[in-house]
Design a protein around this ligand. Sequence first.
Ligand code: PSU
Ligand code: MN
Length: 310
Amino acid sequence: MKHDMARGFLDIAPEVQSVLNGGGAVVALESTIITHGMPHPQNVATAREVEAVVRDNGAVPATIAIIEGRIKIGLSDAELDWLGTATNVMKLSRADLPYAVAAKRHGATTVAATMICARLAGIRVFATGGIGGVHQGVEATMDISADLDELARTPVAVICAGAKAILDLPRTLEYLETSGVPVIGYRTDRFPAFWSRTSDLAVPLRLDSPDEIAGLIRTKEALGLDGGVLVANPVPNADEIPAEDMKTFIDKAVAEAKARGIVGKAVTPFLLSHLFEMTDGRSLATNIALVKNNAALAAQLAGSLASRAA
Ligand code: PSU
Ligand code: MN
């Protein structure tokens, strides 16, 4: 436990706590993807499958959410089922996490909030789908996901499939570089674009094994450099939707969000659900495949970090 004052706000599942006590491999998983990222019942089914993938790869999963103000590190079956259909669950980032805890609300954690909670629990690796980033039209809206600043300040490794192509990817990478976040392409030289394996952007760094990523993380810590690292893991070949195919849909979804005046936290959930409809579920199938792929790599990385621990 990194922060003793926070201990009283956390409910760490006994299995997760015992693995952490023994210095073993734990992977944090977010809950916004369940409540605001996927429709029911695929959201709950995917959450379970992702937990199973983590186990198959030698680590213990800890799905994180806020229930009645308690920070849950690891959810029970009943809690996960409930989360899948609950309608009174806030989408929480750094800005509103303390409110949800103080007011005893329910909340799903975004990448930013999941990183904060993972760190409080002593978990170093976290698997998600895609991170939030700089939105298209940022010149007018200033919409930049709090996920980026969290990566700059909180020492958790985030495994994602790049950033969704609904974002402004060049500016997202610029922002990460300015903030000092190492962005690692896993077995790729191109920054992956979530549904697509590649974009026209070079990835800043490339590593080809979990051990190498663990080595970078340990060196970063030894140098006293704060913040996380972002690992961009391309969706498997069989599941990808080529960038050209997605582009038409994305342009339409972004225009629709603008026309309807969708702003703030509602933007990402709106775009995702609109895309699921426009692609007849194909974008959802790809989303599910890439999260599982990230969970496998995250578990291997957590194992590698654990085995190197003194
Ligand atoms: N990746 C997905 N589905 C999601 C998200 C990411 O595959 O639903 C969520 C994450 O929780 C991420 C959030 O942190 O979207 C970003 O929201 P915003 O752009 O409002 O910061
Ligand atoms: Mn935003």
